[in-house]
Design a protein around this ligand. Sequence first.
Ligand SMILES: Nc1ncnc2c1ncn2[C@@H]1O[C@H](COP(=O)(O)OP(=O)(O)OP(=O)(O)O)[C@@H](O)[C@H]1O
Length: 453
Amino acid sequence: MTAYVLILDDDADVATAAQLLLRRRHGRVATLTDPSGLPALLARGVPDVVLLDLNFTPGRINGAEGLALLDLLRAQPQPPAVIAMTAYADVPLAVEALKRGAGDFITKPWDNARLIAAVDQALTLSSASRGGGAGSPELMGKSRAMRELKSLIASVAPTEANVMVLGENGVGKELVARAIHAASRRAAGTMLAVDMGALPESTFESELFGHRKGSFTDAKADRAGRFQAARGGTLFLDEIGNMPLAAQAKLLTVLERREVTPIGADKPEAIDVRIVSATNLDEARLFDPAVFRADLLFRLNTIVLRVPPLRERREDVPLLVAHYLQLYQTQYQRPARNVSDAAMDALMRHDWPGNVRALRHACERAAILAQGAEYVTGDFGLVAPVAPALPAPAAATARANNPAPAGDMTLEELERMAIANTLAQFNGNISHAAKTLGISRAALYRKLGKHGI
Ligand SMILES: Nc1ncnc2c1ncn2[C@@H]1O[C@H](COP(=O)(O)OP(=O)(O)OP(=O)(O)O)[C@@H](O)[C@H]1O
């Protein structure tokens, strides 16, 4: 699936600069400088991500025009992910945009790496929530494990306790975080998600805590950090298991003192956020001080919620399959079909190393490709778990002894095999696999969808 990104900014130079930057990474990057053209553009197709300037009319900085466009975008049946842009480092305006459904914000002039990361993250989120209408899809499941999880969520949500959500890739940790926020006293505030594993060390503090204009060469304007932007709401720290130790120390200080000092500021600012964190590290690794600081762990894991892998709650499979097939049939305007008994049996017996995300992709694939009167097993493209990759030297020997497979395979098939092998090697850990393959997590998610893995 190639992404469609739209940049909506009345400054043609700004729009073109962003377009040039993003065009190298995304399938289709369009610009629009006159917001009155938006309805016609949307009628031709809704983008996956919109970079939306909040200040259109020169000299006016109340952002009302941008917010009205945001409402229009959010009202689409399949709303795009929106990243709000403001030239004025205007925290209240950015926060208002987040409350009204923007997924993120950046301030102009932007940092290129930050803009790229924001679009990647938005694409990941938008592919995760596409078809769910406004807001996040509901946390589905009637198995005993899911009923217990939902009842735990209901009891911890109204408290202010920090919650740590544990579980394999794709089990629904982010959905759990959203459910906690939605049932909390902070529900009227924003929930801001930060991929801690993807934050470059060089911009970690500025991203999370903000900075003052002039505090370093690229600090051309004041910038609010995520802690300030999520004020009154929930900060979802995703992939905390991938944080370098130095970054863990900085986060610990903030959580202990309940205040942040933006870079270049002389006074700290009190924070008012509830922290929900998540990781797919197994608990043995999480409790290894060489990987994760024990003192930070104890700050974050006041309550621990474990989301079981799908293979341990197979009875949820039919419900999830029915839900996602219906979603994609509608999205791709495909006819409704029943799932054959044999296919349902295969789906229930499958081990789902990529959990619900993989099931969702399998349903999307089936909805697009199915031709028969009902869905058959082959429509779902299930791949039996691949044998773990050999250690590097053994793999090299094996390749040298048996170079044939690559010769018989198309580039597509080779890519699929490389991805499946790498995922198996890291037990489905998306971050590690993406790193090894040399692509971003968002790009890997898109490729998983493309190959139906
Ligand atoms: N219980 C569920 N009901 C409906 N959809 C679900 C459920 N669990 C997960 N999903 C869907 O599966 C996908 C992955 O969910 P989510 O992003 O919450 O997983 P995650 O555990 O945070 O993944 P990762 O570890 O890779 O960040 C999303 O598209 C989400 O909507």
